[in-house]
Design a protein. Structure first.
Length: 256
């Protein structure tokens, strides 16, 4: 585990971070997968403001420069995620990886949602990497990346009303003890753990595949941590890298 701030995260946040896991059959599907999981406590939530707008505007400029006129699916980092989706039976032209969905909105400009969501969306498009953010206090047990059995509950909204759906067997999902928190790896988050303008404690999941160089995963994490500290100077932040060849650690620094 890596402590990213002077302030220490709580014991419960440390325990959560330590217990996050990736199932072996997910790593068999994509041995190159790695994830940087970050917990942040003492965040200052709220509606978009000048700081969060600046973070997202700068990220939009970086993303446009990187794309250089290319369609998002033609960028290696996005194409790699499309291949990963196909590997478990998804159709990425219909259910797109989260980073591709954001990049497709660049021309019109990304919507400003709230201070914290805008910060992690900025880290996503600036680094061409899927980033998800959720309310840590709404989790029931640790986050686990697994292949779905198909009977797990996924809380969502359908036709304007709360609804419960279920993933397809074999689908790659993030889940906790209560059900699915994100379907199809990073396509769609559930309503139960979603971040709101009242969220003060959060978990962020930054996904990487081979096309994203290892230092870019670290850079995305550093970008996000820096943004969160601008928005919440008193926050406590820690992260943990999980990969097929990365053992659990408790040191303050780590390499990819």
């Amino acid at each position: 585990m890596t402590l990213l701030t002077a302030a220490e995260v709580s014991e419960s946040a440390r325990a959560f971070l330590t217990a996050v896991s990736v199932a072996p059959d997910v790593l068999q599907l994509r041995p190159d997968y790695r994830v940087l999981v970050m917990v942040a406590e003492g965040l200052e939530p709220g509606l978009p403001d000048e700081i969060s707008d600046e973070l997202l505007a700068r990220a939009e400029i970086r993303a446009r420069i990187t794309l250089d006129g290319r369609a998002p699916e033609d960028v290696p980092q996005v194409a790699d995620w499309r291949a990963a989706y196909r590997a478990f039976g998804a159709k990425p032209q219909r259910t797109r990886p989260s980073v591709e969905a954001l990049l497709r909105r660049l021309d019109a400009g990304l919507p400003r949602i709230d201070r914290l969501t805008d910060a992690y969306n900025a880290a996503s498009i600036a680094n061409l990497v899927p980033v998800g953010g959720e309310d840590l206090d709404q989790y029931k047990g640790p986050a686990r990346l697994v292949r779905a059995a198909g009977d797990e509950d996924f809380d969502t909204v359908a036709h304007g009303e709360p609804a419960v759906e279920h993933p397809k067997p074999g689908e790659v999902i993030w889940r906790d003890d209560a059900g699915v928190t994100s379907r199809q790896w990073n396509w769609r988050q559930c309503t139960r753990t979603r971040m709101t303008p009242a969220t003060t404690n959060a978990v962020f999941i930054i996904d990487g595949l081979a096309a994203l160089e290892c230092n870019r995963l670290t850079s995305a994490g550093n970008d996000l941590a820096s943004s969160l500290m601008r928005l919440s100077p008193q926050a406590a932040i820690a992260s943990r890298l999980i990969a097929a060849d990365q053992p659990r650690t408790n040191r303050r620094t780590q390499t990819c």
